[in-house]
Write a protein of this length. Structure first.
Ligand code: SF4
Length: 84
């Protein structure tokens, strides 16, 4: 919760849970682009999330030849919402 200059509180805008749409909202973010690619790789689309457990699949990805493997989100994934 943020406190505005007049002392009132304002709830932060909820984060987009879909990583592809989130990347589209921040098209200059390389980090979000990588996340969106991994999200897509495990079956996610702009409309829906992949099967349950997809975060763990990305975190434990064994495609070592994938150019994004080093940069994929791993420990930074919080349940439900990716960190920035
Ligand atoms: S790192 Fe793994 S999950 Fe991410 S795009 Fe590459 S193969 Fe897919």
């Amino acid at each position: 919760m943020f406190t505005k200059s007049d002392g009132t509180h304002k709830d932060p805008k909820p984060r987009e849970a879909n990583w592809i749409r989130r990347s589209q909202q921040n098209p200059k973010s390389l980090k979000l682009a990588i996340r969106a690619t991994c999200f897509y790789c495990v079956g996610g689309t702009e409309e829906e999330e992949p099967d349950s457990g997809w975060r763990k699949v990305i975190s434990e990805c064994t495609s070592f030849k994938c150019p994004l493997h080093t940069y994929r989100p791993t420990k930074t994934i919080r349940e439900g919402v990716p960190s920035t």
